[in-house]
Design a protein. Structure first.
Lengths: 512, 208
């Protein structure tokens, strides 16, 4: 497929023809360098480390290992560890052999994403067009900001020193295309391109590793004798698509500027954040109500304008010379209705004991979420038809009783009775009946959390024994004979005896 | 009209134009002998039903199971909860699934304080978000019970109260009060009070 036959002439096989159909026409490189974009890429090779350890923790050699990896390969290490010979990709055992007192952390992708998000927010001070390239690069389009910051070099210096102050080690690069900037930053050559016409030339000198393509693709390309981007560009386009798919060709074109690459902009989510000073300091909860109502009405208006709801809310009660009392309220389902929110806040406030007089109230919303709007039915009446009612009830109960006092139950396909269920979030999904164990004798509707010793009981055994012997593989094996028993007072119980017999009776359930 | 059609038309999920989509006043209990003794031919809906029991576990839930199943089926639109307030033990999900109730619709509420319990039951009844509310409440004064009854009427949810048999002599605003007693081969059901019906008793009602 890599023979480069002209596509128009050949009676190509079916698969080949399909591949040809998706080959995009290559744009001629912008001849005059008049492309108006200039992208700054900041690449953080040690992001996994930055996300877990503060910059001050550099006195000791530290590494971050891959998560869920039996070999625990090292993904990043700090300067001190690098000086002692540790490199990324090394196994943890090898690293520990080199540096016995090594500090080891497991990678946390969530923390990395959060840090990248913070960096992107910080980058918004240079330009409104910022984009995140996971796992560890932030891109910013800075052409329009160059004059403001005194040129490309000054801007880079400023960004670098800002990142350095934050304890972050970054490689910066400028290029007319976002993908090109990304490649240059990954190469970390201290190289920047500001002219579009220079881009293909510079890019073609970059090694394959800058592209961060899938390992198997790189293996195949290396076997073909391809070392850098220039080699890649020499491959016939149709054959390349047929072999590696159109996405990688698009990336290649985007990198050298033959094809525009629209980037998703990083937009800081909107939040409601308002503070209301109380006219008189007070420590009586009812006196807070009017101010709170006003804030909540503002919040509801704010949400209505955006057709959004919130799933979380924070109320800060500010005190003089003392940390504010924080009340967090979580909702089961996004809501934007002032009456509902105010009911929840009132429930929570009623339980709160104020340590001091309140001087001001601050209301802060969580992230805005789209609200599913719904028309009222023509024939429905009463509130029983309200689909929000189920979620609202849950919110209200939890606001007063606490999160743990309200829960659901979920069956688990398992033979051991005490493990055949678990506490679950109410309204979750139930495993399909097909996943149950085979049909079984009747089970009691009530279950004791722990079986109780039940030696002195009077009554008769109705059915049994049902023998349950399983679970030897995880150390919680059970060997029991279960019976249905009827006590003198008419209560049907589910009892068992351990096997081999001798240890007496245990009560496990009540049929109810 | 054939019996099958009549039965279909009685189904609470079936909305009939002109009738106004009102909820039926009662839902069959699933036990013929009990239905015959109850006005409306079953458990009254949108009100409070009190079940007085000598001990937890004599079959009081099995007595309600057919009605709970029906109510869950009849609930239109968004699936609603079956709320369990302060049950003596935890409802066992596999047994519920075997009995034909979707465990995902169960809402177990275990408040710490007694006052919270009445409050939570009132909220659950009033919200209209529950197909049935089952509450285990010991002592409660007449005023508290009346509030629960009003909440049930407002939210149009049936509330089933399980209370010790010791409370049988106290007055109660519940529309229906039953005293249950266990037997080897079934339940003795005594109808203590029945709005629009007569006190009566049913011996040896087979519930299994």
């Amino acid at each position: 497929m890599l023979e480069g036959r002209p596509a128009t002439r050949a009676p190509a096989p079916e698969s080949h023809r399909r591949a040809l159909a998706v080959v995009p026409p290559a744009m001629p490189p912008a001849a005059d360098g008049e492309r108006r974009e200039l992208w700054l890429a900041a690449h953080f090779p040690r992001l996994p480390l930055h996300a877990l350890l503060p910059a001050t923790a550099s006195a000791r050699a530290a590494v971050v290992t891959a998560e869920n990896d039996p070999r625990r390969g090292i993904v990043a290490c700090n300067e001190r560890a690098a000086r002692q010979g540790i490199v990324a990709g090394m196994g943890l055992n090898a690293a520990l052999a080199l540096v016995p007192g090594l500090r080891v952390e497991e990678r946390r992708p969530v923390a990395e994403a959060a840090l990248l998000d913070r960096i992107a927010r910080w980058a918004l001070r240079f330009t409104p067009v910022v984009s995140i390239e996971p796992p560890c690069t932030v891109l910013a389009e800075v052409r329009g900001s160059l004059d403001l910051f005194g040129g490309a070099m000054a801007l880079c210096r400023r960004a670098l020193s800002g990142l350095h102050d934050g304890g972050l080690q970054a490689a910066l690069a400028l290029a007319p295309t976002p993908r090109g900037a990304l490649w240059l930053a990954r190469a970390d050559l201290g190289l920047s391109v500001t002219q579009a016409k220079a881009m293909p030339d510079i890019a073609s000198r970059l090694p394959l590793s800058c592209l961060q393509w899938p390992a198997e693709t790189v293996t195949v390309l290396t076997a073909l004798g391809i070392r850098n981007v220039a080699d890649l560009l020499r491959l016939p386009r149709a054959g390349f698509v047929a072999r590696f798919g159109p996405r990688l060709l698009d990336e290649l074109d985007a990198g050298v500027g033959r094809r525009p690459e629209p980037r998703r902009r990083h937009i800081v989510p909107e939040r409601f954040d308002e503070q209301h000073e109380l006219p008189v300091e007070t420590d009586a909860v009812p006196m807070l109500q009017p101010a709170l109502e006003r804030l909540l009405a503002n919040l509801a208006a704010f949400l209505r304008l955006r057709a959004s709801g919130i799933a979380g809310l924070r109320v800060d009660l500010l005190h003089r010379a003392r940390a504010p009392t924080r009340i967090r309220i979580g909702l089961v389902r996004p809501a934007g209705d002032a009456a509902h929110l105010s009911g929840l806040v009132a429930e929570r406030l009623a339980r709160e004991r104020l340590p001091a007089a309140v001087t001001a109230i601050r209301l802060r919303s969580g992230v805005l979420l789209p609200l599913s709007l719904r028309d009222a039915g023509l024939f429905e009446r009463g509130q029983s038809a309200d689909p929000e009612a189920t979620a609202r009830l849950l919110d209200r109960l939890r606001a007063r009783l606490g999160q743990d006092a309200v829960f659901g139950v979920c069956p688990v396909p398992e033979h051991r009775p005490e493990r055949a269920w678990r506490i679950a979030e109410p309204g979750g999904t139930t495993p399909l009946p097909g996943q149950w164990p085979v049909t079984r004798p009747e089970r009691p509707l009530w279950m004791l959390v722990e079986p109780q010793r039940f030696d002195s009981w009077e009554g008769t055994l109705v059915t049994g024994p049902e023998r349950i012997e399983t679970g030897w593989w995880d150390g919680h094996d059970v060997r029991r004979d279960y019976y249905v028993a009827l006590t003198r007072s008419g209560v049907r119980l589910w009892l068992f005896r351990e096997r081999p017999p001798g240890s007496g009776w245990f009560l496990h359930g009540v049929f109810g | 009209m054939s019996d099958a059609l009549a039965e279909l038309l009685r189904h609470p999920a079936l909305w009939q134009g002109g009738v106004g989509g009102e909820m039926p006043a009662a839902i069959p209990s699933g036990f013929r002998r009990l239905d015959e003794c109850l006005p409306g031919g079953g458990w009254p809906l949108s009100t409070l039903v009190e079940l007085l029991i000598p001990a937890a576990g004599i079959g009081e839930i099995h007595l309600l199971l057919p009605a709970l199943r029906q109510l869950a089926l009849a609930s239109p639109g968004e699936p609603r909860w079956i709320a369990w307030l302060a049950p003596p033990h935890l409802p066992y999900a596999p047994a519920l699934a075997d009995a034909g109730l979707d465990p995902a619709r169960m809402l177990v509420i275990r408040p710490r304080a007694g006052l919270d319990l009445l409050w939570a039951m009132e909220q659950a009844l009033r919200s209209g978000a529950c197909t049935a509310v089952l509450g285990w409440i010991g002592a409660a004064d007449n005023r508290a019970l009346r509030r629960l009854k009003l909440a049930a009427e407002e939210g149009r949810s049936p509330g089933f109260l399980f209370r010790p048999a010791a409370h049988r002599e106290e007055s109660s605003p519940a529309a229906l009060r039953l005293v249950l007693a266990a037997h080897d081969d079934g339940l003795d059901v005594e109808i203590l009070k029945s709005r629009g019906g007569m006190p009566s008793r049913i011996d040896r009602l087979s519930i299994h």
